[in-house]
Ligand binder design. Structure first.
Ligand code: FMN
Length: 312
């Protein structure tokens, strides 16, 4: 039985979880590969029996590249698959979106799992509710999950089809993954169109283009055109802020005010209610006490770019 784990990761959390899942799967002695999303041909998975797909939650959904990848999957009919994600305070409708999308491609989804992880959005409080994750306990859980997925896949192949789980629906789903669904204002993306184009600026005194094209090279959506004057951040920009966080010189500047004013979905008290609800259910282990949450500080005010060095 041959497996592959495919993951997308911006700030490393999903990568760590994917690696731990891979370690667990490999403990079974079955061959298992691990690959970054961008290195995988969605038409080239015919030789695998079990496919794991992981993404961070970005603006309440799978990363756009993961969605595109799922949409272009071919030749996976009848294969087993599992979904995993990492997120800050709200896993939301991730599995409700991704599991049916996998099934539509003919995959039999034999499991799914989410992990609360540190979040590095420039306007969220720092320290944040989920900081400190993934820790050793999360990674051990991921390892166990990986082993379980291989073992379950083997048993399902031998006829134990009752081991295939059913994704909870409606209130049952919300109870498990979205306890604040009723107070969440939703995200139709319109706020993004309002703020993207005018809000990103490149400080030409700091920018080292054309010697450096690091932001454009690493933009997940290929949305930065540095050759234009002024450089263009086009409509494919997903407001993930990766460019702003990795620029070695802090040359990408952003006017946060419209974002802070218009980003209604990022209502911090809803995020707090969410982690409280998960903690009460024993589904979230708080590593940052409530009184340490940085209500008055945000990631961007605490740490100047480069906040991340991409090492993968
Ligand atoms: C632009 C952006 C949007 C995000 N949106 C959400 C979200 O809607 N819900 C959530 O729980 N976490 C959200 N997060 C937090 C990430 O999902 C979390 O940090 C995740 O573990 C990142 O994974 P990675 O390190 O593999 O990139 C967001 C983070 C960023 C940078």
């Amino acid at each position: 039985m041959k497996s592959i784990i495919i993951y997308y990761s911006q700030t490393g959390n999903t990568r760590k979880i994917a690696q731990a899942i891979h370690a667990g799967m490999s403990q079974t002695g079955e061959p298992c590969e691990i690959a970054r999303l961008k290195d995988v041909d969605p038409h080239g998975l015919a030789s695998y029996d079990l496919i794991g797909l992981g993404s961070p939650l970005i603006h309440s959904r799978e990363h756009r590249n993961v969605g595109r990848f799922l949409g272009s999957l071919r030749h996976v009919d009848g294969k087993h698959a599992f979904a995993f994600c990492t997120h800050g305070a709200i896993p939301g409708y991730y599995f409700q979106r991704v599991v049916p999308a996998m099934e539509q491609k003919g995959l039999t989804v034999i499991g799914w799992k989410n992990w609360f992880c540190a979040a590095y959005h420039p306007i969220i409080p720092k320290p944040y509710f989920t900081d400190g994750h993934p820790d050793a306990i999360d990674l051990k859980e991921a390892e166990d999950f990986g082993r379980e997925m291989v073992e379950r896949s083997q048993r399902v192949s031998l006829g134990e089809t009752d081991l295939i789980p059913t994704l909870p629906k409606g209130k049952e789903y919300d109870e498990r993954y979205f306890p604040v669904a009723d107070s969440f204002s939703g995200d139709d993306g319109s706020w993004k169109r309002l703020v993207v184009r005018d809000s990103f600026k490149i400080n030409t005194e700091k920018c080292n283009y054309p010697k450096c094209t690091y932001c454009a090279d690493n933009c997940p959506n290929d949305a930065i055109d540095l050759s234009a004057s002024p450089p263009i951040f086009d409509r494919d920009c997903d407001l993930c802020f990766l460019c702003e966080q990795i620029c070695p010189r802090g040359a990408i500047e952003y006017d946060y005010e419209p974002l802070e004013n218009s980003h209604k979905p990022l209502n911090i008290s809803v995020l707090q209610s969410s982690v409280n609800a998960f903690e009460a259910k024993g589904l979230f282990r708080r590593l940052v006490p409530d009184e340490k949450i940085g209500w008055e500080t945000s990631f961007r005010t605490l740490k100047k770019p480069p906040r991340f060095k991409i090492d993968y």
